[in-house]
Design a protein. Structure first.
Length: 173
């Protein structure tokens, strides 16, 4: 099966960034892996040629016991309320925290800068949430009732460091 122009543009965009990716045979999907600040991230990008769209999904394994699952799901849902693009999910079947972002393109050849931004966004968002769910898992059972998810989401000490130059670029816009 030949790959679509859309997936080919995704593979090219990964190559321009120096990111290794592998195509899944007979599918419009490439997979990759990244070492983020807090976690190892599995990522896949799936082209939907009939819609001219791309979904980028980042995943990281995380399990919760019965007492912690409601807190973890509350964290994920409250984090989603803060997002403009993309969303967090919890995959119960595979015990994964997931971040997904999708974009519709107006051309068959997807813009490499948009693809790169989508990948950076999925990695950054998942890397932002992983230490917070880790706090939930490390909180002792006797303190779980005192754990405030809204306050946990406000913690800045667990945020990954801002890459060099990123702060100045934002101010110039």
């Amino acid at each position: 099966m030949a790959i679509s122009r859309q997936l080919h543009s995704v593979i090219d965009a990964f190559g321009k960034q120096g990111w290794h990716c592998e195509q899944i045979e007979n599918r419009e999907v490439v997979t990759s892996a990244f070492e983020a600040h807090h976690t190892h991230i599995h990522l896949h990008a799936q082209a939907f040629p009939n819609l001219n769209s791309l979904a980028v999904v980042a995943e990281s394994p995380m399990t919760f016991d019965e007492e912690r699952m409601p807190l973890a799901l509350e964290l994920i849902m409250r984090a989603n309320k803060q997002l403009t693009l993309g969303n967090f999910e919890y995959d119960f079947d595979r015990n994964l925290v997931v971040f997904r972002i999708t974009n519709l393109f107006d051309k068959e050849v997807y813009d490499a800068d948009i693809i790169s931004s989508m990948v950076h966004c999925t990695i950054a968002e998942l890397d932002r949430i992983i230490p917070l769910v880790g706090v939930i898992n490390r909180t002792s059972n006797d303190l779980l009732d005192d754990l405030s998810i809204p306050l946990l989401l406000e913690r800045e000490d667990l945020l990954p460091p801002v890459p060099e130059g990123a702060e100045g670029e934002e101010e110039e816009l």
